[in-house]
Design a protein around this ligand. Structure first.
Ligand code: ZN
Length: 364
């Protein structure tokens, strides 16, 4: 299983899928699901869904397929390109990065985000983060006409140049591990759900627009009207010196469960999981001897925040894998965590029987 997850993850990390421009990654996922023998449908926004019939409360198990990046904002007369941010792009990790301007399959253009020549950088500038409006992309194309002839226009999507490398100890680094790692786990779940004999109805979904507005999954949830929603995404690993005070989430020590997430800047949303879901995953982890880590973080938010508010309300929980260096072009995850997360999800779904209670009055 580890090798399959690794192959899916590293392949998917190489497929461009900027938020709002997920078509290539959706086609890739659909083809992988076809090969597993799982039929899919997609809606007008591009969400991709596979249905697995069953008995009991219905479950929407989902993860986002899109990634953050940029949009071409302006093309200068000399061919240099200015970018607008799309999603939570870390400005201090941008200069000297390679980017891919997504003109179309086979036509993409490579570029680099310029970093001012060091020899000309004044001492005061050396510790200053250049705001993104001042950054520019150099593609080698040297006039507006050349850039336009290459198919680049205002509004063209741009991503970090896709990369996926293996580090020691089953760790993977590169672009959009957030959330192609979730996608790889869901593909593995599709294989298991196809082979299962019984269980609750499951809607397995790969969603769009998460990094943009967090709401791409909302129309899908409105259509499905699930009783339960389980969302997969990164959990902030806090086992590096710069993160030590933020929590107790260790890379390589198992999947994570979010007990609290909140974001107050603009969106004002978050998820406090349904107690039945917390019990479900704690019990499944104990029964399977899987170490389950806990997360409580302000400043993180997933599309589950909007899914939970659909219909009569949805019993929700964010599950995930520890990840370092989020939203940079060099994110890091551990394959062992993805394997354990898959086993945990499989066991938890198996524990949702026809009489599984979501009654809040069961809890004090
Ligand atoms: Zn994510």
């Amino acid at each position: 299983m580890k090798d399959r997850i690794k192959r899916d993850l590293m392949d998917l990390m190489m497929v461009p899928g900027l938020s709002g421009h997920e078509d290539r990654v959706r086609r890739d996922l659909r083809q992988r699901l076809d090969e597993i023998g799982v039929e899919t449908t997609s809606d007008r926004l591009g969400n991709l869904v596979a249905q697995f019939p069953g008995q009991g409360p219905s479950v929407m198990l989902f993860t986002h397929m899109d990634q953050l990046g940029f949009i071409v904002r302006r093309i200068e007369a000399d061919g240099l390109i200015r970018l607008e941010r799309l999603g939570g792009v870390p400005e201090r990790a941008l200069a000297a990065q390679e980017v891919l301007i997504c003109v179309g399959e086979g036509k993409d253009i490579s570029g680099i985000i310029a970093n001012k020549s060091h020899h000309a950088t004044a001492p005061a500038e050396k510790y200053h983060v250049t705001p993104y409006p001042e950054l520019y992309v150099d593609t080698g194309l040297s006039s507006l006409a050349e850039v336009e002839d290459a198919g680049i226009r205002i509004g063209t999507p741009v991503i970090y140049a896709p990369q996926a490398i293996e580090l020691a100890n089953d760790r993977i680094s590169g672009t959009s591990i957030d959330d192609r790692a979730g996608c790889a786990v869901l593909l593995e779940m599709a294989r298991r759900l196809k082979a299962r004999k019984s269980g609750p109805p499951v809607h397995l979904a790969f969603t769009v627009l998460e990094e943009f507005n967090l709401r791409g999954a909302q129309p899908l949830a409105q259509k499905i009207q699930p009783d339960i929603a389980i969302q997969l995404d990164l959990m902030l690993a806090t086992d590096t010196p710069d993160m030590a005070a933020r929590g107790d989430m260790v890379l390589g020590q198992g999947p994570g469960m979010s007990l609290y997430s909140f974001h107050g800047r603009g969106t004002l949303n978050g998820v406090i999981p349904h107690p039945a879901m917390v019990d479900l995953f704690e019990n499944a982890a104990r029964a399977q001897s899987i170490q389950l880590q806990r997360s409580a973080q302000v400043g993180v938010l997933t599309d589950l925040s909007y899914v939970q508010l659909v219909g009569d309300g949805v019993a929700s929980i964010d599950m995930g894998f520890p990840m370092r260096y989020s939203h940079s072009a060099r994110e890091v995850c551990d394959l062992g965590d993805l394997v354990a997360l898959t086993k945990l999800l499989d066991a938890a779904l198996g524990d949702i029987g026809p009489d599984f209670s979501l009654d809040r009055d069961d809890y004090t």
